[in-house]
Design a protein around this ligand. Structure first.
Ligand code: NDP
Length: 240
């Protein structure tokens, strides 16, 4: 196997799925992780291990990483992408939705990093791509805990970047605006959903997940001494 292993969380749909296809097309073996195993298997990508993983379960991510590394060698790139968007009016939102957001978007991100980054440090190479959002840089109505979770991603990424830089390990943050995926399926507040959809329609819709995937592959393919620290991508008409 000439090309190194790429691990992706949240690979069963949307941006994760698009990025899996893009890395596969570039010839990489893959570890795909998400809860919907059949969706990942249906992609039918070569040299790919699909594992049913809930990112809230730290042990199951570690087991999946071990199994993939056994087959394909060390993880050279982690796309730490799994996440949900439970947007809603903070005064009315059930705190269980806050818990879910924190458990998946915050703790899940740390859980995926844990089995990967020390190995990269020891090998003195590797790339971590953490999925944030434009909502990790700016505040939006009804995004209270979601914004908090994505601001978290920026904070730990900046810290990890400094920690890993002397070992030539790259930490990239990608912050998309409105991308056409299943992400809105997780919004339960009808008023929030309507406002989001109205705004999306006003700007002419979101952009395809494949564009985000192409950016990630581009950043990864730069020489190891070149680090694109942050990428922000939105539809051209998304003015804020
Ligand atoms: P999708 O809903 O299509 O994809 C989300 C992915 O995350 C799915 O593969 C889902 O898999 C996985 N996931 C969710 N919860 C868990 C869990 N507990 N354990 C494992 N996997 C999980 O939406 P996107 O592709 O849009 O979302 C991907 C990332 O991009 C998210 O972090 C999101 O916050 C971020 N983002 C999206 C934007 C957009 O406009 N679409 C904008 C900015 C950021 P499964 O359900 O099978 O477990």
């Amino acid at each position: 196997m000439s090309k190194p292993l790429i691990a992706i969380t949240g690979a069963s749909s949307g941006i994760g799925e698009a990025t899996a296809k893009a890395f596969s097309a570039a010839g990489h073996p893959l570890l795909l992780m998400a809860r919907r195993l059949e969706r990942m298997q249906a992609l039918n990508l070569p040299n790919t291990l699909c594992k049913q993983v809930d990112v809230r379960d730290r042990a199951s991510i570690a087991e999946a990483v071990d199994a993939a590394q056994e087959m394909y060698g060390p993880v050279d790139c982690l796309f730490n992408n799994a996440g949900i968007a439970r947007l809603g009016d903070i005064g009315k939102q059930p705190p269980e939705e806050w818990d879910e957001t924190i458990d998946i978007n915050i703790k899940g991100v740390m859980n995926a990093l844990h089995p990967v980054f020390n190995g990269m440090k020891e090998r003195r190479g590797g790339t971590i791509v953490n999925m944030s959002s434009i909502a990790g840089r700016k505040l939006y109505p009804d995004h209270t805990v979601y914004c908090g979770s994505k601001f978290f991603v920026h904070a730990i990424s900046e810290s990890l970047r400094g920690y890993l830089a002397p070992y030539d390990v790259r930490v990239i943050v990608i912050s998309p605006g409105i991308i056409e995926t299943e992400v809105l399926d997780h919004v339960n507040d009808p008023d929030t959903l309507k406002a989001y959809k109205d705004n999306k329609q006003r700007i002419g819709g979101g952009i395809a997940a494949s564009h985000v995937a192409d950016m990630i592959v581009f950043a990864y393919q730069m020489p190891q001494n070149v680090l694109i620290q942050e990428m922000v991508v939105t539809p051209t008409r998304q003015e804020y």
